[in-house]
Design a binder for this molecule. Structure first.
Ligand code: NAG
Ligand code: NAG
Ligand code: NAG
Ligand code: NAG
Ligand code: NAG
Ligand code: NAG
Length: 510
C-alpha cells in the first residue's frame, strides 16, 4: 500500500507541478510569474503534506491523506445465540478463547491509561511481597457473595450468599463483557467478591510479614481497610431504579449538560437523594431553605417507590443540571451517584467523604470539586455558593474540570481497561493455578441474558460488548513513588485547609 501511495504522490507531483512550470516559463507576462509562484507554493504544500504523511505510514499506521486507499478491517462479531441448547445451563461452543495475534495493534504504542489506574498498584500492595495463596483467597470466602474463577478464558461462578438487588448479576455481566472484549487475553483467575457497601478487611488485623490478608473485591474502600476496589454494577445498569448502562447514560448526560448554560442555572446548591440511608444525610436536610434561614441549599427527598410507580419522570439524571452547584454526600458508604453529579458542569460541593471508589482518589479538591465540611455543612455550603457566585470563572473551571474528567477519563473504554489491568495484576500475584471449584457453574452472556427479561434484559442487551476490541488496552502507568504519593496527598489536604481558612475568616467577620 505504501508503494501505491508513493506512486500516486509522485504522479500528482510530476504531472501537476511539471505542467504548470512549463506554462509559466513560456508566458512572458508577470501575471504568469505570480501564477508560477502560487503553483510552486501549492506544490510545496502538497509535497510536504505527502512527505509528513509518508513518514507516518512508515510505521504502518493509516495515512490520513490517503485513508480512502485503506482496506477496511474485518470485524469479528460475537452475536448472542439464544437458540443453542438449554441456555439456563449451557454455554454455546465457539467462543474465541485464544488470542489471535495480528488482530490487535502492537500494544507498545498504546496510550497511557488515566492517572487513577495507579491506585491499582496501591490496592494490591499488601500482597506484593508474599503473593496470594489459595488459603488467602478462601479466607476471603467468609464474607464473599460469590467466587469467580476464570480458566482458559472461560468464567465460572460459585454463589455463596444473596446480594442486594441485582448487584452481583450486573457485576458478573460486566466481567463477562470484559472477556468478550479481550478474548484470550485474560489470565486464569480466582477471586472472592462481596457486593455489600462497606469495606471489611481491617488493616489493623493484618500487620507484619505473616499477616496474609484475605483479598476481597468490592466497590469501595477506606483508609482503614484493605479491600480491593472494583467498578460497581451501575456501569452496566441499575435495573431496580431504572439507571441505564453508563455508555448511553454518559452521552445523555453530556446533552443534558448543554441544555442550560451555567450562568443561567439557579444560583444555589442542589441535592436530591434518599436521606434515610445515613445520619449524615438526615443532618444535611437541616440546611434546606426555610422561612428563617437560607443556606443557599435546595434539597429534595428522592422517593424511589413513588418514582417507580410513576415511571421515573422526576428522576431523570439528564435533567439535573439545573442548578449552579450540586451537592455530593455519601450514604451508608460511597454512593453510585457521584459520577452522575460530577458530570454536570456545575461544581460539586463534596461533603467530606470517608470512602473511595476506583476513580475518586485522583480527584483533587479545588480542581475537580469544592470541599464541604462534614461537621458544619450548612455554613460551609453557604460559603461555597457565595464564593462561586462571586468568582464565576473559577467556579465554572471547577465544574468543567470535573465533567471532562467524567466524560473522558471515566468513559466505558477505560472502565473495562481498569478491570483488565486490575485483574491482570491480581492474577500475577496468584501462587497457584486456579481450578474450577466443584460447585461452580460456567458463565457466559447467553446463560445470563437469554433467560432474563424486563429492564434486566434490556440493559444487558444495551451494554453487551458486540465484538472483540481490535486494539489493546491502554498502558498501565507505573506505581507512585512514595515521595510523589505523599506530595499528592499533601496537595489535597492543603487545598481543603485553604478553603477552611477562607471559611473561618468570613465567619469571623460576620
Ligand atoms: C446458535 O447455536 C446453534 C446450536 O449450537 C446453531 O445451530 C446456530 O447456528 C447458532 N446460531 C447462530 C446465529 O450462530
Ligand atoms: C433447562 O434446565 C433447567 C434446569 O435443569 C430445567 O429446569 C428446564 O426445564 C430445562 N429447559 C428445557 C427447555 O429443557
Ligand atoms: C511491538 O513493538 C516493539 C517496539 O516497536 C517491538 O520491539 C516488538 O517486537 C513489537 N511486537 C510485535 C508483536 O509486533
Ligand atoms: C485449560 O487448558 C489446559 C492446557 O490446554 C488444559 O490442560 C486444562 O484441562 C484446561 N482446563 C479447563 C478447565 O478447560
Ligand atoms: C426544601 O425546601 C424546598 C423549598 O421550600 C421544598 O420544596 C422542599 O420540599 C424542601 N425539602 C425537604 C427535604 O424538606
Ligand atoms: C461575595 O461578594 C460580596 C459583595 O462583594 C461580599 O460581601 C461577600 O463577602 C463575598 N463572599 C464571598 C464568599 O466571597
Amino acid at each position: 500500500m505504501r508503494e501505491n501511495v508513493q506512486k500516486l504522490g509522485s504522479i500528482l507531483f510530476k504531472g501537476g507541478c511539471g505542467f504548470y512550470r512549463q506554462l509559466s516559463w513560456k508566458g512572458p507576462e508577470r501575471r504568469n510569474n505570480v501564477l508560477f509562484f502560487f503553483v510552486l507554493f501549492l506544490c510545496a504544500v502538497f509535497v510536504s503534506a505527502y512527505w509528513i504523511d509518508a513518514s507516518i505510514t512508515a510505521d504502518s499506521k493509516p495515512a490520513n491523506l490517503f485513508k480512502v486507499l485503506r482496506k477496511p478491517k474485518r470485524r469479528i462479531e460475537l452475536p448472542l445465540n439464544c437458540t443453542a441448547g438449554n441456555l439456563t445451563r449451557t454455554c454455546p461452543a465457539g467462543y474465541p478463547s485464544t488470542y489471535e495475534s495480528g488482530k490487535y495493534e502492537n500494544s507498545s504504542a498504546a496510550p497511557v491509561c488515566p492517572d487513577y489506574f495507579r491506585w491499582i498498584h496501591e490496592d494490591l500492595r499488601p500482597w506484593k511481597d508474599t503473593g496470594i495463596t489459595r488459603e488467602m483467597v478462601e479466607g476471603a470466602g467468609r464474607s464473599a457473595k460469590f467466587r469467580l474463577v476464570v480458566v482458559n478464558g472461560t468464567a465460572y461462578v460459585e454463589k455463596y450468599r444473596k446480594a442486594i438487588q441485582t448487584r452481583d448479576v450486573f457485576t458478573l455481566w460486566g466481567i463477562l463483557q470484559l472477556l468478550r472484549r479481550y478474548p484470550g487475553r485474560m489470565p486464569d483467575l480466582d477471586l472472592m467478591f462481596d457486593c455489600d457497601d462497606r469495606p471489611l478487611i481491617r488493616s489493623r488485623d493484618h500487620r507484619g510479614p505473616n499477616a496474609a490478608p484475605p483479598p476481597l473485591f468490592r466497590y469501595c474502600g477506606d483508609d482503614w481497610t484493605l479491600d480491593i476496589v472494583f467498578p460497581d454494577w451501575s456501569f452496566w445498569g441499575w435495573a431496580e431504579i431504572n439507571i441505564k448502562p453508563w455508555e448511553s447514560l454518559l452521552k445523555e448526560l453530556k446533552k443534558g449538560n448543554e441544555m442550560t448554560k451555567w450562568k443561567e442555572r439557579e444560583p444555589y446548591a442542589y441535592w436530591k437523594g434518599n436521606p434515610y440511608v445515613a445520619p449524615t444525610r438526615r443532618d444535611l436536610l437541616k440546611c434546606n431553605v426555610s422561612q428563617e434561614q437560607d443556606w443557599n441549599a435546595r434539597l429534595y427527598i428522592q422517593d424511589w417507590n413513588r418514582e417507580s410507580q410513576q415511571g421515573y419522570k422526576e428522576s431523570n439524571l439528564e435533567q439535573q443540571c439545573t442548578h449552579r452547584y450540586k451537592i455530593y454526600i455519601e450514604g451508608w458508604a460511597w454512593s453510585v451517584s457521584e459520577k452522575y453529579i460530577l458530570a454536570c458542569n456545575s461544581p460539586t460541593l463534596l461533603v467530606r467523604p470517608n470512602f473511595y471508589d476506583f476513580f475518586t482518589r485522583s480527584l483533587v479538591p479545588g480542581r475537580h470539586y469544592w470541599p464541604i465540611r462534614g461537621n458544619d455543612k450548612c455554613r460551609s455550603i453557604k460559603f461555597a455558593v457565595d464564593w462561586g457566585n462571586n468568582h464565576t470563572q473559577e467556579a465554572q473551571a471547577i465544574g468543567e474540570a470535573a465533567s471532562s474528567f467524567i466524560q473522558e477519563e471515566l468513559k466505558m473504554d477505560f472502565v473495562y481497561d481498569y478491570m483488565f489491568h486490575l485483574l491482570n495484576e491480581y492474577a500475577k500475584l496468584l501462587k497457584y493455578r486456579p481450578t474450577v471449584p466443584p460447585n461452580a457453574i460456567q458463565l457466559c452472556s447467553e446463560t445470563m441474558a437469554c433467560p432474563a427479561n424486563g429492564l434486566q434484559r434490556k440493559f444487558m442487551m444495551e451494554s453487551m460488548v458486540k465484538a472483540p476490541k481490535e486494539t489493546g488496552p491502554c498502558a498501565l502507568p507505573p506505581p507512585f513513588d512514595p515521595a510523589t504519593l505523599q506530595a499528592f496527598q499533601r496537595e489535597k489536604q492543603d487545598s481543603i485547609k485553604q478553603v477552611e481558612t477562607w471559611e473561618a475568616k468570613s465567619w469571623e467577620s460576620n
